[in-house]
Design a protein around this ligand. Structure first.
Ligand code: SF4
Length: 231
């Protein structure tokens, strides 16, 4: 069986070398699992997709936006703007007018704030909450004892496919995800037809900052994350 790509185990990130513009990146020291070396056919094929004018322009604007998130100062390169501002700037660059917001009911306040910001920046905003439709969880086979608020209460299911279909029907130019759960986000991404970005992912215990637990995975507090699963 051929080797699996393992960029996360790479010792050097040789694909992002610090060399002059007219030099060629070298991969002699790259790991044997390096996809730049192993997957030349895929790289070639994927590169061809940028030749579609729309894709190329989107990719170009994304990289211009990336560039504008930094500034050169006498003391070195610095970051400039938070992701919310980056999102507004990127939407403006693409001349998007109508934005879709797909949010989790647990982040309704955040969704309101985001809507205020987007509207103040001149966008039309269509927003759809994950509980749209108020369909009971039993519809997808959830048992009473699996309901968060208890077996006796009505509990609406998260309904990411409907969120996506409503935004599809509304013909939004661009979608912003705010706090969808793991798995519900997967379904939303699968069914949403518009280009999208993620402003925030849900993390119920870290203020929606999942990397906080990752950073702490070598500390006593979240060491359990790094332990091998018992078999
Ligand atoms: S593509 Fe190769 S050089 Fe780049 S990170 Fe992956 S393994 Fe490292």
């Amino acid at each position: 069986m051929s080797e699996r790509p393992q960029c996360a185990r790479c010792s050097g990130i040789f694909c992002y070398p610090n060399i002059a513009a007219d030099q060629t990146p070298g991969f002699d020291e790259a790991p044997s699992s390096c996809p730049t070396v192993l997957k030349t056919d895929v790289i070639e094929k994927a590169l061809g997709r940028y030749d579609a004018e729309e894709v190329r322009e989107f990719a170009r604007l994304a990289s211009v936006q990336e560039f504008e998130c930094y500034e050169h100062t006498p003391t070195g390169i610095r970051t400039r703007i938070p992701r919310m501002e980056e999102t507004v700037q990127f939407a403006r660059k693409n001349e998007y007018k109508k934005l879709g917001l797909a949010f989790c009911s647990g982040l309704a306040n955040e969704a309101r704030l985001v809507t205020d910001i987007l509207e103040r920046n001149g966008f039309d905003v269509v927003s759809v909450c994950c509980k749209v439709g108020a369909i009971p969880k039993e519809r997808i086979g959830i048992r009473p004892e699996e309901k968060i608020s208890g077996p006796d209460l009505y509990e609406s299911m998260c309904n990411p496919i409907t969120q996506a279909e409503i935004l599809n029907q509304e013909g939004v130019d661009f979608v912003i995800l705010v706090g969808l759960c793991v798995g519900h986000d997967s379904l939303f991404i699968k069914y949403c037809q518009a280009p999208m970005t993620v402003l925030a992912v849900k993390d119920r215990v870290t203020g929606h900052n999942p990397l906080a637990a990752v950073y702490l995975s070598r500390s006593p507090y979240y060491r359990r994350l790094g332990r091998r699963a018992q078999t």
